[in-house]
Design a protein around this ligand. Sequence first.
Ligand SMILES: [Zn+2]
Length: 240
Amino acid sequence: MSHAVARLRATRLARSVKPFLARGGPKGERCAGCRLVPTHCICALRPVVPTRAGMCLLMADIEPLKPSNTGWLIADVVTDTFAFGWARTEVAPELLTLLNDPQWQPYVVFPEKFAESHRVVHTVHHHATKRPLFILLDGTWDEARKMFRKSPYLQHLPVLSLHPEQLSRYQLRRAQSDSHLCTAEVGALCLNLANDTQAGHALNAYFDVFTEHYLKAKQQLPVDLGDDIHLQLQAITRAA
Ligand SMILES: [Zn+2]
């Protein structure tokens, strides 16, 4: 199975002059489906939930190569996920086509303090004919700000500013500040706003499972498939 982020990763890898080594070194063989070591693979746990909303990931250059990238989890859960590599000087024609497709109502998801106030919205409009398309800027905080400022094709779109009630649960990159949600957490909040609540819960639960497997793999410890995190994901998947 291959999704938009997996394809972007393959394209980006093919362009690499030297092989990209994920932390952990060259010995670490990883599952092609989830990027974890095979003993900690989560492929069998991927939730299948219907969603009306779509996701459009604009990814900073090496973001698709990082095993800790959580945009990948969004592509696992949300069928209509699109992913594009971001560059200041060029834009994929397919991205422009997507943004102009009348079946979608695109929103750029970004904090309101960086946007002109007339563009800022806090809720998702429920159109009968247009499905929400959430544009997530996936990279470090500096990269995301640059993408926001330097993408002329986003400038006319509404900016959806989120007010998360909880701090980020993302523990995979230590430099990340607690107040910055990771891409999967942002995606889950967007799904909730779009009334794709079940998918939002599934993405959150799946993210927790991914984090658990990732950290346990790093510590070379086994995972407990019967712990609360796994039971929660199972319950949501069964309900779907
Ligand atoms: Zn896997």
